[in-house]
Design a binder for this molecule. Sequence first.
Ligand SMILES: NC(=O)c1ccc[n+]([C@@H]2O[C@H](COP(=O)([O-])OP(=O)(O)OC[C@H]3O[C@@H](n4cnc5c(N)ncnc54)[C@H](OP(=O)(O)O)[C@@H]3O)[C@@H](O)[C@H]2O)c1
Length: 326
Amino acid sequence: MLAAICTAYGAPDVVQLREVETPVPKDKDVLIRIHATTVSSGDCRLRGANFPIGFGVMARLVFGASRPRQPILGTECSGVIEAVGPGVTRYHPGDAVIAFAGAGFGCHTQYRTMREDGTLTAKPAGLGFEDAAAIAFGGTTALHFLRGPGRLKQGERLLVNGASGCVGVAALQLAKHFGAHATAVCSGAKSELVRSLGADAVIDYRSADFATSGERWDVIFDTVGNAPFARTRNVLNENGRLLLVASGLPDLLRAPFQSMMSGRKVAGGTAPERAEDLALLAKLAESGAVRPVVGSTYPFARIADAHTHVETGHKTGSVVVTLAET
Ligand SMILES: NC(=O)c1ccc[n+]([C@@H]2O[C@H](COP(=O)([O-])OP(=O)(O)OC[C@H]3O[C@@H](n4cnc5c(N)ncnc54)[C@H](OP(=O)(O)O)[C@@H]3O)[C@@H](O)[C@H]2O)c1
């Protein structure tokens, strides 16, 4: 099978298409023929060894010292089950599925095995493969932070910083689904998009600073990494929650102290990979409550170009890579 191999840490051209052996499903595994995948901000971080500040050494210990230990990147995909191991009971060949490999990566290829009890769910029939590939990475992150440390409640005011990115579009739509009032922060060119996803108010970060706006929010969801507590404390309500989705180690180390001293909550960390969250996101996408946002698509042969695009930090929603015709 053809796979995009990350040969070293570096610029997008370290990603090269190569023939590798097709995996054989073990007892409880399914073998997925991948139709679509994404190049996520997580793929770009790993490929470029561009880890959040303070995490460099730890990340290289986990993911590989001089190049990614798992050379096939790709955190999420959609496809059709080609074969199953002898112990598999939940899925059958021919079933269309959505898979979230997360930190296990391995989706930038034609075939990937997953455990049947892994982060895997049936693809709703009404959802195309490209849209289906775009719901896991941003959706599971947004769901975890909003329901977990965010404790977002109906009627509360939420601000999403970086609302037009993959995590941001999911946070915005889930917040509306939970009945919150949502302010989106993004560049002006994307204000129409975020309004169409339900944003009640939009702030163009290029011409205004939400942190000096005089407005206040119950929850601030920062996907950009430029809204630490020092910048946001004055616009966070009493009992407010600051969600540091993209922060470095220094901000995360300060968070418990800031929470204790201010009566607000400052929280960060890594979102877990849970099959029930993926199943919920698939259901919400099927019902139209959360619309997958595919900003652009690339054929598999141009996956390095997809990396270059994502690396700008200004993609819209998800960048999808299609494999069906490969
Ligand atoms: N903690 C976790 O478990 C977890 C999980 C997944 C992802 N993440 C992290 O979350 C971050 C966001 O991921 P993503 O995939 O959503 O990234 P992305 O798709 O690249 O989103 C970036 C978005 O931020 C906007 N943006 C850029 N500069 C901005 C600024 N100064 N102010 C406001 N918005 C700005 C861009 O919009 P414009 O084009 O309009 O500028 C773009 O749409 C990444 O750092 C990723 O590593 C964390």
